[in-house]
Write a protein that binds this ligand. Structure first.
Ligand SMILES: [Zn+2]
Ligand SMILES: [Zn+2]
Length: 912
């Protein structure tokens, strides 16, 4: 049974599913759409079709006397629901840290969904509640700014409650409230409102819903999530959920009736950009145009499929050309698009996301570059800076989202950085564009070609539009691009060990008391002769980036500890003897190893917060690894770190260590922990249980973490960053040592320094001075050598000319194999020798490391007979290598030292 069948099933029993008390009380009648056969409820006896086929008739004539801009639309909503006993919850981050399957928050209900095991559960911080949830969606980018109502970021008013918990209500009250919101809150007359029957299917739960419309505009959708399971096998949920989502942008739009919803949702930002850019268009023409777009888009009245087609149609209607029309509307489309994109970036960056090429960050870079490219195309890049637009947004939105003010500087920093990266990459982009133009293949550019250009050179279709290479962005471009970047989840789970199902969960002694290093336990089972399973254990199993403990069980060496389900497996080395099942054994954890791993683990938390404090609020842990000898922390950051930044982080971390903050570990109900400590706790990823273990380095860092930790930060002793490296776009890796490992590292550095000092015949204190001097001595020696070579080159060259074999051809041949002097020497001499003797051929084979260098000079007279390049080539080939050159000078080399004699003979033969 699919969505359609489910809809038919629900609609076949409207009294059970859809009829709410309001319908009876107000006299709503149920009708079937004469066009699409959907059922809907209306007060209007003469309405025959559902609002899907209705024009946006509110444009230019809103159905209310209240005219509410964006922030005021929210204030009105907030006031209404507060008066009706709803708790107003602050928005959740747009970066969805609590769901592994989502990068961005895409709907208000996502705020309250948690995954436990394989199931999605709902956790509400209050009941009932309303949240103004910013949601990011990147599936309609090409329509944003053009259609009048598409956004990459929008506010979903989420009215949510658990119907079966205290304070909860079900559909009658929900629709009463929505009706009240529209009529009393927004001032819309009851007869304007239509409710349409629909269904909603989510992961593991579904229900029926009533969508409500006014003058063709869908304002909200009240979903009654009553069933869990799938459509073939389901039952009523013990805690039914009301999930009403309404678009705040639409609430404002319906009351304002502006040509586009952008005109009323960006506060004063549009107006300011219009002023700044001097955009000056007859507003009446524009209104008419956007009205037509809004009325016609998505085939409400006709079968128009693309924006382009629609534009042509409107141009014809308005008795103008597409070109003419574009000169009117393009600046407005640009302003709308930029406004949307920058607003989305303001929220995303405030919530800790970075534009990059990976994960969800790629969507942010796409829209950022799109905005920059549009500014460039319209010649506005010197008039408006994107960070200024961000400031305008924050100035307006902080009334509603005060937290944006805190991140104003972070947002500006990231936008400036990205803008300068973009402008420096434009040079390369320009040259690609030039070669595209000259190749004249631009007419045949397919969507795949455009994708390749974006992926390899970062060239957006908007840039190509700016260059006049393409006329428009193909509608499938951004969808296909998103598909390319949808992360492919690789299943790397190792093969499970069979036969563990019947075993009880292993008691984790390391959570009860992490100082236990010796313990007794009962052997429950030995699997495959290699895995010992105990009833309880103090061995920490591999997990959360922390390496496992090692040690002994009854003298048998434990090499590896892993967890499968709730059972902990101790893997024993090679062909060890095995303990008997049922026997009580004594076990010992390798204390030194555990101690060092633990210090590295707590140090990871210390460094993570130090990095955030030193660099910016966008720093999150990307991943981490804690081993006995070192630790590794990958953080999200936009650039490679400077030495000064690394030092700064290190200083901060060591101060926290010296200040000896207590490390408090406590288990919380997950919802409480999120509310109390915010989503910052999810540094190590999502926690799939309803309780979370919170590791709190008091006054410094709070994270959800299942690892082992010291009791106070002072125990770490010392932390030293040994390496920092930008390992991918947006991720920087820090490698560090802590505790005794840090002391060992320092001592090792120290002894290296001592031996260098010794080699230089100096002391450690004067090592730099001595090193400088040694370098200088080397340089001086080289200089002297060069001078010497020049001085002796003349007498040597003379003697060479005398020593040379006088061949019948008139050529004087000199060959030598040299194991002592270098290439520079032979070049100096060879040059001088052919100057003195114009008939000379000078061939030197020089031993150099594992190979032989070949140098050939041919005097001016000899050049008529033999060429230096050719000799070098043949000799080098003989030596198993290659060479070449011009008539006068040739060089090459090879590795076959045993062929030296043959090579010299060959040369002689060639020259003869
Ligand atoms: Zn219909
Ligand atoms: Zn941790």
């Amino acid at each position: 049974m699919g969505k359609k069948e489910l809809a038919a099933l629900f609609s076949s029993n409207p009294d059970r599913y859809y009829k709410v008390s309001l319908f009876d009380r107000e006299g709503f009648i149920r009708k079937r759409c004469s066009m699409c056969e959907k059922f809907f409820w209306t007060l209007n006896a003469t309405r025959y079709f559902c609002p899907d086929h209705e024009n946006y008739s509110f444009i230019g004539r809103p159905p209310t006397n209240k005219h509410l801009d964006y922030v005021n639309a929210w204030k009105e909503t907030e006031k209404f629901f507060r008066a009706n006993d709803h708790e107003i919850v602050r928005r959740y981050p747009v970066v969805c840290r609590w769901r592994e399957d989502l990068y961005f928050t895409i709907a208000s209900i996502v705020d309250f969904q948690r995954v436990v095991g394989n199931q999605v559960v709902f956790e509400l911080p209050a009941n009932p509640l309303v949240v103004p949830q910013m949601c990011l969606r990147f599936n309609d980018i090409e329509n944003v700014g053009l259609s009048g109502r598409h956004y990459t970021g929008f506010c979903m008013i989420g009215q949510t409650c658990n119907a079966d918990a205290p304070g909860g209500y079900w559909k009658d009250k929900c629709i009463d409230l929505n009706f009240g919101m529209l009529t009393k809150g927004l001032g819309i007359k009851p007869e304007e409102i239509t409710f349409v029957e629909d269904v909603w299917m989510g992961a593991g739960a579904f229900g029926y819903s009533l969508e409500y419309f006014v003058r063709g505009l869908e304002l909200g959708n009240a979903v009654f999530t009553e069933f869990e399971g799938n459509e073939n096998n389901y039952r009523v949920m013990p805690n039914k959920i009301i999930d009403m989502g309404a678009g705040l942008e639409r609430f404002s739009w319906i009351t304002m009736g502006t040509p586009t919803s952008y005109d009323c949702c960006f506060g004063p930002v549009i107006g300011k950009l219009v002023d700044m850019t001097g955009t000056d268009t007859d507003r009446a023409v524009l209104n008419k145009y956007f009205e037509s777009i809004s009325l016609n888009l998505e085939g409400k009245t006709g079968g128009v499929t693309s924006m382009r087609e629609l534009k042509l149609l409107i141009a014809r209607e308005m008795k103008t050309t597409e070109e003419q029309l574009n000169t009117f509307v393009a600046p407005y489309e640009a302003i709308y698009t930029i406004c949307d994109h920058i607003r989305t970036l303001v929220f995303a960056i405030s919530d800790g996301a970075l534009p990059s090429n990976v994960g969800g960050g790629y969507n942010l870079r796409v829209i950022l570059r799109r905005a920059l490219s549009i500014l460039e195309r319209l010649g506005w890049k010197n008039i408006i800076r994107i960070e200024d637009i961000a400031e305008l947004h924050i100035d307006y939105l902080k009334q509603m989202y005060p937290e944006l003010e805190e991140h104003r500087q972070d947002v500006k920093t990231i936008l400036q950085l990205e803008a300068s990266r973009y402008s420096s990459s434009r040079e390369r982009m320009n040259s690609v564009a030039m070669s595209l133009k000259s190749s004249k293949k631009t007419k045949d550019l397919t969507v795949d070609d455009l994708l390749r250009l974006y992926e390899s050179d970062g060239i957006t279709p908007d840039f190509l539009m700016e260059q006049g290479i393409v006329q428009n962005v193909p509608s499938t471009f951004y969808t296909k691009l998103a598909e390319l970047h949808t992360s492919q989840v690789t299943n790397q789970t190792s093969k499970p060990i069979p036969g563990l199902d019947s075993l009880p969960p292993t008691v984790s002694l390391y959570y009860q008391d992490d100082s236990i290093r010796h313990f007794d336990a009962k052997v429950l089972k030995v699997v495959e002769g290699r895995y010992i399973i105990l009833d309880q254990t103090a061995f920490y199993p591999r997990g959360g980036g922390q390496e496992p403990d090692t040690g002994e069980i009854d003298g048998i060496e434990v090499a590896e500890v892993t967890k499968q389900g709730d059972v902990i497996l101790h893997k024993i080395e090679g062909r060890s003897r095995q303990p008997d099942e049922g026997q009580t054994v004594h076990a010992t954890v390798n204390a030194k190893r555990r101690d060092l791993i633990t210090k590295h683990h707590t140090a990871t938390h210390v460094l993570n917060s130090a990095s955030r404090n030193a660099l910016g609020s966008w720093v999150w842990q990307n991943s981490a690894f804690k081993e006995e000898s070192y630790g590794r922390l990958d953080i999200t950051h936009h650039s490679a770190l400077t030495r000064e930044e690394v030092k700064n982080i290190e200083r901060m971390a060591n101060r926290v260590i010296r200040d000896n903050h207590p490390v408090i570990i406590k288990t919380y109900d997950r919802g409480d922990a999120e509310q109390q400590f915010s989503f910052r706790i999810y540094q190590g990823g999502v926690v799939p249980t309803s309780n979370v273990r919170i590791v709190n380095i008091d006054g410094w860092d709070i994270e959800a973490c299942g690892g082992t930790h010291v009791k106070s930060s002072g125990e770490i002793g010392l932390v030293k960053i040994v390496k920092s490296e930008r390992i991918q776009d947006g991720v920087v890796r820090l490698e560090f040592v802590a505790g005794e490992a840090a002391v060992n590292y320092m001592q090792q550095l120290d002894s290296q320094l001592a031996s260098i000092a010794q080699m230089l015949g100096s002391s450690r204190e004067k090592i730099i001075e001595s090193f400088d001097k040694a370098m200088q001595d080397g340089e001086d020696a080289k200089k002297k050598l060069r001078a010497m070579r020049r001085v002796i080159s003349l007498p040597i060259a003379k003697s060479i000319s005398e020593q040379a074999k006088k061949l019948d051809s008139g050529i004087h041949l000199y060959t030598t194999y040299d194991e002592e002097l270098d290439e520079d020497f032979h070049i100096t001499i060879g040059e001088k020798a052919i100057e003195l003797d114009r008939n000379l051929v000078y061939l030197a084979l020089i031993s150099k490391g594992q190979g032989i260098r070949v140098i050939v000079f041919v005097g001016e007279a000899a050049c008529n007979k033999v060429k230096a390049g050719s000799i070098a080539k043949q000799v080098s080939n003989k030596l198993g290598g290659s060479g070449g050159g011009d008539n006068r000078f040739g060089q090459g080399g090879g590795r076959s030292k045993e062929m030296i004699k043959e090579a010299l003979l060959l040369a002689e033969g060639v020259i003869k």
